[in-house]
Design a protein around this ligand. Structure first.
Ligand SMILES: NC(=O)C1=CN([C@@H]2O[C@H](COP(=O)(O)OP(=O)(O)OC[C@H]3O[C@@H](n4cnc5c(N)ncnc54)[C@H](O)[C@@H]3O)[C@@H](O)[C@H]2O)C=CC1
Ligand SMILES: Nc1nc(O)c(N)c(N[C@@H]2O[C@H](COP(=O)(O)O)[C@@H](O)[C@H]2O)n1
Length: 586
């Protein structure tokens, strides 16, 4: 398939069937140019803008606290806390419940994330139908909002035991909300679940999430209740313990949880275990007129765990998670992409770390750490604000990089997988990168902590079909660029146009020396918006990898500065200084 930019994207070989998981993944990622060219759907698909915006996170936390007084932020409890908990909520549960309720953009998550978060939002949805592919690797389930389905007075038709009065059941008219989604599960080396509104769905629910939480409890909450019930605790004791943690209960959707909910769960277990005498939790007792309360005599016992915390949630923050900087990064604002702007080419930011003698590594093929911890956080923040991270193949061969954003809240780091991760792009005209399941970018994709890369190759590159299929299997792809400059190098204009046509609105270019030096030449500076250089207090020496554009002379032959960034700002960050500037004329 060839697109307007002269880039060709190899066909994914997937059928056009609506049930195809590849199609579902393609339509939000890249592989189908026809789909991607449709701007309103695709621009939001891989747009990272604001995904990790500190302000946005703060606003959300504020919203959550206001809607549930007494509820704290999603920050993990201090590690010294010894208070036992009946809850084992996965990270950022309130925020992720909201995303899975609203389904504003198509969402792609790992199977593990789906299995972890879905039980906490399944109360919203009622399954309509399912389809499975012949091979069984892919299933598609169609769901409608619970409020679309009417509820009936079932007890009128069902015979009741003698002497039992029919239970009062509220009857609900159907059609209150026409929100519908489909969930495509694809199981393979790269297991993925995509959740998207179906074409016939309305774009917003006609009610909020609290409304549903009031009508129906989710199964994540009910599982918490079941885990305590099977230990033989009294429902009222379980309920009392739940109420002691209103923040976690609320986060899991349990603001309207009642003791009757626990009784229902407990009753099911009691049918099989009628001989068990139900008891209150250790340190709790029944008091007439008050129900289950903490025992007066055993104050303090209550702080000691009487039960192990439940473990229904398997996800926790990965050990390489970076926490949002406590210092201000506002100085970056003028240099960041503005995704609401309509542009022909993506916003391009060059961002790298350099020594005092403009070296980015000690020698070719060697990774050299130049950024201190503060500058590293800044770099990951920059990654969160761009749709793609581009490097030359020299960097990939030298560093085996992850090229994902590891800040808390990014996909796979307490946020939903991949969807808020930038797309790695590798310039590799001859196909030198040995695509291998163990390389970090593919491992990262499998773990739901980043996207698999797009590899930009020239028409002559010999790509083995197995390699092609392997990369596609991980969600990556090859992009062929057919435009060269007079030195037989790929034209950056064509690369940027191809990325733009795939829905990429911003690219952060991290290196290495060859790529950066070339882009700082006059031929390309009109494509470069900003430059953010982390300067390290060290000289790496002459053997290092240089970043330096070609020398320039004025018309009279006098040597001149090759390039002078505009609107320059210098900001100290730890041991580094960050130089920000603008390159392209407005
Ligand atoms: N300190 C920092 O911020 C960074 C340091 N690095 C370091 O940079 C070094 C790698 O730099 P380099 O060896 O210069 O490799 P590179 O990453 O710039 O890749 C160069 C290769 O990319 C391809 N390429 C780039 N532009 C092309 C074009 N227009 N047309 C055709 N092919 C093109 C070619 O195959 C070329 O050999 C490593 O040691 C790495 O650790 C890399 C990134 C950031
Ligand atoms: N900002 C910055 N500072 C340094 O000191 C560096 N060495 C680099 N290198 C770049 O970061 C990539 C590594 O990314 P992951 O941490 O593996 O995600 C490396 O490939 C260079 O592009 N950058």
């Amino acid at each position: 398939m060839e697109n307007a930019s002269g880039a060709s994207i190899s066909s994914a070989g997937a059928s056009d069937s609506e049930e195809s998981p590849r199609l579902a993944i393609q339509s939000r990622d890249v592989l189908n140019t026809e789909t991607i060219r449709d701007p309103p759907e695709t621009t939001t698909l891989i747009n990272l803008s604001g995904a990790l915006d500190k302000q946005a996170l703060q606003n959300e936390e504020q919203d959550a606290t206001q809607s549930n007084p007494g509820q704290q932020s999603n920050a993990p409890a201090p590690s010294g806390s010894t208070k036992p908990s009946l809850f084992n909520n996965p990270p950022n549960l309130a925020r992720i419940r909201k995303i899975l309720f609203e389904c504003q953009d198509p969402i792609e998550i790992s199977m593990e994330e789906f299995e972890t978060y879905w039980p906490f939002i399944d109360n919203v949805w009622v399954k309509q139908r399912s389809n499975a592919s012949k091979e069984g690797h892919c299933t598609t389930d169609y769901y409608m909002c619970r409020l679309r389905r009417p509820t009936h007075r079932t007890s009128e038709t069902r015979p009741l035991p003698a002497g039992k009065r029919p239970r009062k059941k509220r009857v609900r008219e159907g059609g209150i909300c026409n929100f519908q989604i489909k969930i495509v599960r694809f199981e393979g080396a790269y297991s993925a679940v995509t959740i998207a509104r179906t074409p016939g769905s309305c774009s917003l629910h006609s009610h909020d999430l609290d409304y549903i939480d009031r009508v129906k409890r989710n199964s994540g909450l009910m599982e918490y209740a079941r885990k305590e019930s099977v230990k033989g605790y009294l429902p009222s004791s379980i309920y009392t313990k739940f109420q002691e943690e209103p923040d976690k209960l609320g986060e899991a959707g349990g603001r309207f949880f009642t003791v009757t909910d626990v009784r229902n769960v407990s009753a099911k277990w009691r049918i099989q275990n009628p001989e068990v005498n139900l008891v209150a939790h250790e340190g709790y007792e029944y008091q007439k007129g008050h129900g289950i309360v903490k025992s007066q005599s055993t104050d303090g016992v209550n702080e000691v765990p009487s039960t192990k915390p439940t473990s229904s949630a398997s996800l926790s923050l990965p050990p390489d998670t970076l926490f949002f900087p406590q210092f201000s990064l506002d100085f970056l604002q003028p240099y960041l992409p503005n995704h609401s702007e309509r542009r022909e080419f993506p916003h391009v930011t060059l961002s790298y770390a350099s020594s005092m003698d403009s070296k980015i590594s000690l020698q070719p093929g060697m990774q050299t750490v130049l950024s201190g911890p503060e500058a590293k956080l800044m770099t990951h923040y920059l990654r969160s604000r761009h749709d793609a991270i581009l490097v030359g193949v020299g960097t990939v061969l030298a560093d085996n990089p992850g090229l994902n954003c590891r800040l808390e809240g990014a996909g796979g780091f307490g946020g939903l997988g991949r969807m808020w991760q930038p797309r790695p792009v590798i310039i590799d005209p001859t196909g030198r990168w040995p695509v291998h399941p163990e390389c970090r970018m593919l491992r990262t994709a499998v773990d739901g902590k980043g996207k698999a890369p797009w590899v930009v190759v020239s028409p002559g590159a010999q790509i083995n079909p197995q390699t092609l299929m392997m990369l596609k299997g991980y969600g990556g792809d090859f992009l062929r660029i057919v435009e060269y400059n007079q030195h037989w190098r790929l034209r950056w204009e064509a690369v940027f146009r191809a990325l733009a046509s795939e829905g990429i609105k911003s690219v952060m270019i991290e290196g290495g020396g060859t790529v950066l030096s070339e882009l700082l030449n006059p031929e390309y500076t009109s494509f470069i918006d900003s430059i953010v250089v982390t300067v390290a207090p060290t000289y790496l020496g002459r053997g290092g990898v240089n970043v330096s554009p070609d020398s320039k002379q004025d018309p009279g032959g006098t040597p001149n500065a090759a390039l002078n960034p505009r609107d320059v700002k210098w900001m100290p960050l730890g041991q580094n200084v960050i130089m920000c500037g603008k390159i392209r004329e407005d």
